[in-house]
Design a binder for this molecule. Structure first.
Ligand code: GLS
Length: 833
């Protein structure tokens, strides 16, 4: 195409230029070409999806250009590489994020305008890969972004689930799950690598023998084999040339048909085997459900771990050479215990396939892995029955037994006669049915163990891993979680990003979030405050418009405080405490319609695990309360309640910018870190929160005076539980509390049905495992204080600005630098543009 742009544009485009050039002209030409050559369409007949695909390919070409260069540098320099092993990656939409990281958002937008494209509609067209449940999976995605940005060579390994986290509909107030079909229309961001594929075996038995040198050898004769095929997604860092690799495995039958079976005539048997193989990467398991009998889940874990370790060994043999230096080339981070079987798998491959003696193999293994714990909740600590292991992974069970035998011997020598300790530390839980403790396997097989926030890392040492900490304290660390400011400020809140850049006088904060401190000096500047408020109100308007179009709730962004709780539905996160506050305000307004109060919109979002009854009932309660309040003209000028269906990354990006108040109200000691707390605060929301997880550090950073604290400390919780907590006493000792709970079961919110919410109320009054009643009064008092401050805009704005200014610590870039320096021992490998 003839070049008609300004002289600064590239000259007459060569094919190379239009394929990868960053000028507006190149982008336009590339877009048209991609629409034509990849989608087989021209502008006039293209569907919205065609238009999106062409945009995605145009962006992807520019990433691949950098990717190839990164791969070359990494390979020739034998760069030490982080392998992040995670069963979940909650990636969110790629297109807008990749445009930002490439630094071409603006020019692409202008190119789109000149092509008469609706840019927003194209972005909306993307289906997000929801390959994770919540915080843990999203953290993995943030870390992939930061690894590339901080220029650390890395591979993220995981599973290419055909169905990610379910889509949530709300019908009659209840959650209804729909299967997520994100791959239905194709995924332009991934590159299939059919030639990078590994066999993964299950079942069968082992045969022990001796080789000619008299060394013992083991052969595992499996009875099922599937093939793991790599699908690669490039992950580009912000403003750098580094592109890392996210390699997700898809399970396939080794051949399209099993010819042996086919030849003896069992055609349908062969087809069945193929289906069984493909089932392994079919669907992501929702968490918060009983683990019982989920054989497929264990198969999934072993599947992606085995493929990943085999791939690492292949890479090592191809580039570096002898496996004795494997741990110098790679460090493998276990994202929770889901990939913990990797410890036994690396041992197996080194010993059985590469004839390495136990001690050498163990040395390498122990120096390769590091383990991150993400939860203290007992029901989330993975164990697998020995019987299941024996059936599915007989060789691994032998290896685990041997690891355990050797390990427990060291425990015995260290703690003479303390057999109770030996039993507690064993990899096998012998109480009840025999079960393998995956966290113990992960700890014993790792060189470093970390929690995800300061409090959580301390609690690990005093509770679930106390014995291990006492034995080797030097292996325990804390790395506080972080989130990427690219996605959670620049992409989701461009107005705020621009305002920050204007007042800081630079945009360095995007890669060095500590630079946000430059805002502090403007915190009381009326000019900034006015603009700050405009930006917040505009985001609230966007959200209000969206909510009114999706679900029909009308909120007033001008007058109402937007009070938002968005996260998975779980009793420990205490959405019901929030609801009790809403009911209290409602009752106050009914008693005194002239109550002068700050109008509030209470907004919720979050999925419940399909099998978690109480969490689903909480969703129903929120929607039922919403229905009554929103339709009551006596109060609905002051309060409204909205439940945003299908909280995912994309919808989260609509919520974070619009929040005035962020609800982080878990029972102290239960939320390992939380990361939503960081996303809200980075977008100028003030937090109402307990001293739990990263809330504590957020409060330390932003200043106690800029944080609304309430509730018991983890230590107070522990003491109260030890003394015997009696929620009944709170219920009877506080008239307002009793009246709020009684209103839940009165039938008001359930069209006269007094049974519907009875299980929830009874559970609170009688058990209340997460101490909602004990924190109720403190929460209400705090909320009253919040309303008062909100009434003083200059004070609120100042607090909001200071929250943003002091969020530097919570960039995932900082977390990754912490890991790199303190845990991995790995240096950046900068690649220029
Ligand atoms: C989680 C924790 O519950 C969160 O507090 C934490 O922020 C997240 C990432 O570390 O990990 N653990 C878990 O099993 N799911 C989570 O979201």
């Amino acid at each position: 195409a003839p070049e008609t742009e300004a002289p600064t544009e590239v000259p007459a485009a060569t094919p190379e230029h239009t394929r990868t050039g960053m000028s507006k002209a190149s982008l336009k030409q590339a877009y048209i070409d991609n629409l034509f050559y990849i989608q087989g369409r021209f502008r006039e007949v293209a569907t919205p999806h065609d238009l999106y695909m062409a945009a995605a390919f145009t962006v992807r070409d520019r990433m691949l250009d950098r990717w190839v260069k990164s791969a070359q540098v990494y390979k020739t320099s034998h760069a030490r590489t982080v392998c992040y092993l995670s069963a979940e990656y909650l990636l969110g939409p790629h297109l807008a994020n990749n445009l930002v990281n490439l630094g071409i958002s603006e020019v692409a937008r202008r190119a789109g305008e000149e092509l008469d494209l609706d840019f927003e509609a194209i972005l909306e067209e993307e289906e997000e890969p929801g390959l994770g449940n919540g915080g843990l999976g999203r953290l993995a995605a943030c870390y992939m972004d930061s690894l590339a940005t901080v220029q650390i060579p890395a591979i993220g390994y995981g599973i290419r689930y055909e169905f990610g986290i379910f889509d949530q509909d709300i019908q009659n107030g209840w959650q209804v799950e729909r299967s997520d079909t994100w791959l239905r229309n194709g995924n332009p961001w991934e590159i299939p690598r059919p030639k990078i594929s590994f066999p993964v075996r299950y079942g069968g038995h082992t045969e022990h023998s001796r080789d000619q040198a008299g060394r013992s050898r083991v052969r595992w004769v499996a009875d099922m084999v599937v093939s793991g095929v790599a699908f690669d997604t490039p992950v580009l860092g912000y403003g750098v040339g580094n592109v890392n690799l996210l390699r997700l495995w898809k399970a396939e039958a080794p051949e399209s048909f099993d010819f042996q079976v086919f030849n003896v005539g069992d055609y349908y048997g062969a087809v069945h085997a193929k289906i069984e193989a493909e089932t392994i990467s079919k669907v992501l398991y929702p968490n918060d459900e009983p683990e019982a009998g989920k054989e497929l889940r264990l198969k999934q874990q072993y599947f992606f771990v085995s493929c990943s370790i085999q791939d690492m060994i292949r890479l090592h043999l191809n580039t570096v050479g002898p496996l004795e230096t494997f741990h110098e080339k790679f460090v493998a981070q276990l994202n929770d215990t889901h990939p913990a079987i990797a410890v036994a798998e690396l041992m197996r491959l080194l010993m059985d396939d590469h004839a390495m003696p136990w001690d050498a193999a163990w040395d390498i293994t122990r120096n390769t892995f590091c383990y991150t714990n993400h939860t203290l909740l007992p029901e989330a600590l993975e164990t697998w029955s020995v019987a299941l292991f024996e059936r599915l992974l007989p060789r691994h069970l032998e290896i685990i037994y041997e690891i355990n035998r050797r390990f427990l011997d060291t425990v015995r020598v260290r703690y003479l006669g303390d057999e109770a300790r030996v039993a507690r530390m064993s990899l096998i839980d012998e109480t009840g049915g025999r079960r393998i403790r995956m966290a113990h396997l992960a700890v014993v097989g790792s060189r470093a163990v970390n929690g995800v926030a300061a409090l959580h890392s301390e609690l690990i040492k005093t509770t679930i891993l106390k014995d291990f900490y006492e034995m080797s304290p030097e292996r325990f660390h804390n790395v506080t979680n972080g989130v990427t400011p690219r996605r959670f400020i620049v992409v989701s809140n461009p107005r705020l990003a621009e305002l920050i850049t204007e007042f800081c006088g630079h945009d360095r904060w995007i890669r060095d979030l500590d630079c946000l401190r430059d805002l502090e000096e403007h915190a009381e500047d009326p000019a900034l405050q006015a603009r700050w408020r405009e930006v917040k109100t505009a985001a609230k308007q966007d959200l209000a418009l969206w909510l009114s179009q999706h679900g029909g709730v009308v909120l007033d962004p001008q007058t109402m405080m937007f009070d938002i709780q968005a996260k998975r539905m779980h009793e420990y996160k205490r959405q019901h405490l929030n609801v009790l506050h809403i009911i209290r305000v409602y009752q106050r307004l009914k008693q005194n319609p002239n109550l002068g109060m700050v109008p509030r919109a209470f907004i919720f979002g979050g999925k419940a695990a399909p099998g978690y009854y109480m969490a689903k009932l909480m969703i129903k309660l929120i929607n039922s309360v919403a229905e009554v309040i929103n339709n009551d003209p006596q109060v609905n000028g002051f309060i409204r309640v909205a439940f945003m269906a299908d909280f995912n990354v994309k919808n989260g990006q609509r919520l974070y910018p619009a929040a005035d108040l962020s609800e982080q109200i878990s029972l102290a000691g239960k939320e390992a870190s939380g990361t939503g707390n960081m996303k809200f605060s980075m977008n100028g929301a003030l937090t109402v929160g307990t001293l739990d997880g990263a809330n504590i550090e957020i409060r330390d950073e932003v200043g106690a005076e800029n944080f609304f604290l309430f509730g018991m400390t983890a230590e107070e919780v522990r003491r109260k539980q030890a003394e015997g907590y009696r929620p009944w006493d709170y219920y009877h000792g506080d008239d307002e509390l009793r009246s709020d709970i009684d209103l839940v079961t009165s039938g008001l919110f359930s069209h006269g049905d007094t049974n519907l919410f009875r299980p929830l109320a009874d559970h609170l009054i009688n058990q209340d495992p997460f101490m909602v009643l004990a924190d109720y009064r403190a929460y209400l008092n705090c909320q009253d204080r919040i309303s008062e401050v909100y009434d003083r805009p200059a004070e609120w704005d100042r607090m909001s600005i200071l929250n943003v200014a002091r969020m530097g610590k919570f960039s995932s870039d900082r977390s990754i630098r912490d890991y790199a320096e303190r845990i991995w021992g790995i240096e950046p490998k900068p690649i220029g543009i």
